[in-house]
Design a protein around this ligand. Structure first.
Ligand code: ADP
Length: 324
């Protein structure tokens, strides 16, 4: 892609690498805190203009990985390049070309929306006139123009989040890195953030994000890795991962022990995988008609639904994303 988008000040011609250029590359990346290895040798590539996700439960090592990408935490082993530069050598250059959205909003509540952007622009040596021009562009893009002169403690949580994402664009980055972009937002505010991120991606920005929301990963990510306890468990497009590792439909149920024994012969010759997690039993139908004409024991609870990334995680780890 070599499109330029003056509307949001993103000079994409400046980037100009060919399609599918590698924007981030981690090879056997490791991070240790004293004796504890939080990231245990992960490898992945992020390509230009895709939205790439690190999906995993709390404690998986996502933020640790993000901090290494943002050049604020040194790597302990392996290699990591961002926009073709090593994070151990070219920290300044990388920082000047990426946009960072931390987990916490870290806005200055004494300042207005506009002033927050102007102050942030100073870190990149952008003069005030240009900073104001860019600020107005990103405020327009994120539908915050009418809040321009409000103090940041006067705007909603969803608006604060959009402002922090808008702020990350002030240096016209080719890559934005977001740590848990919608944690703490209500479903409606979350949808708006997703729309804005898709818009940015469609305008040529590469996006790398972490999330523990299966829904967020499904809605946003072109490709993702599932991380657990510092290791990559699976990689691919969300839909492909679901099809490959789970299938099409899932029946989740709670069955008394006696009825569990009845179940296995019923499904023996069908393309169905069974997973137990706590007191729940999951049947993964690996083909479209796996459950056709199947009569199951009544049980205490039963729900049939489409397979999702949550099920992928369950199959890989034996537990759900939320309960970790
Ligand atoms: P996630 O972002 O996926 O929730 P983190 O990267 O924050 O996970 O943490 C991964 C693991 O590393 C956790 O076990 C966490 O307790 C540990 N950890 C994170 N930061 C530090 C630190 N500064 N010192 C020691 N351990 C840490």
């Amino acid at each position: 892609m070599t499109t330029s988008n003056p509307q949001i000040g993103l000079d994409l011609n400046r980037a100009a690498p060919p399609d599918q250029a590698i924007v981030v590359e981690a090879k056997d990346l490791r991070k240790s805190y004293k004796n504890f290895e939080a990231v245990k040798g992960i490898s992945f590539q992020v390509f230009q203009q895709e939205c790439f996700g690190l999906l995993g439960p709390n404690g998986a090592g996502k933020s640790t990985t993000i901090r290494m990408l943002n050049c604020v935490s040194p790597i302990s082993g392996g290699s990591l390049t961002v926009l073709g530069q090593s994070v151990t050598e070219n920290i300044r250059l990388i920082k000047s070309q990426i946009g960072v959205v931390p987990q916490d909003n870290n806005l200055d509540t004494d300042l207005t929306v506009l002033q927050n952007l102007q102050v942030y622009a100073r870190y990149f040596n952008i003069d005030k006139k240009e900073a104001t021009r860019r600020a107005d562009e990103v405020l327009e893009l994120f539908q915050l123009t009418d809040k321009r002169n409000n103090k940041t403690d006067e705007i909603s949580g969803g608006m604060k989040r959009r402002l922090v994402i808008a702020r990350s664009l002030i240096n016209q980055p080719r890559l934005i890195i977001l740590d848990e972009p919608t944690t703490g937002l209500d479903p409606a505010a979350r949808q708006v953030v997703w729309q804005q991120l898709r818009l940015l991606r469609d305008r040529g920005v590469t996006i790398l994000l972490t999330t523990h929301y299966m829904e967020e990963a499904t809605q946003l990510c072109d490709r993702l890795v599932i991380i657990n306890e510092g290791r990559i468990m699976a990689e691919g497009k969300p839909r492909d991962l679901v099809r490959r590792l789970v299938g099409y439909e899932v029946i989740e149920m709670r069955l008394p022990e006696a009825e569990r024994q009845e179940l296995l012969p019923l499904i023996a010759n069908r393309p169905i995988l069974v997973e137990e997690a706590g007191d729940m039993l999951y049947l993964f139908g690996q083909q479209t008609h796996a459950f056709h004409n199947l009569t199951l024991p009544e049980g205490n609870y039963r729900l049939q639904r489409h397979a999702s990334l949550e099920d992928v995680f369950l199959r890989l780890t034996g537990r759900g994303l939320a309960e970790s």
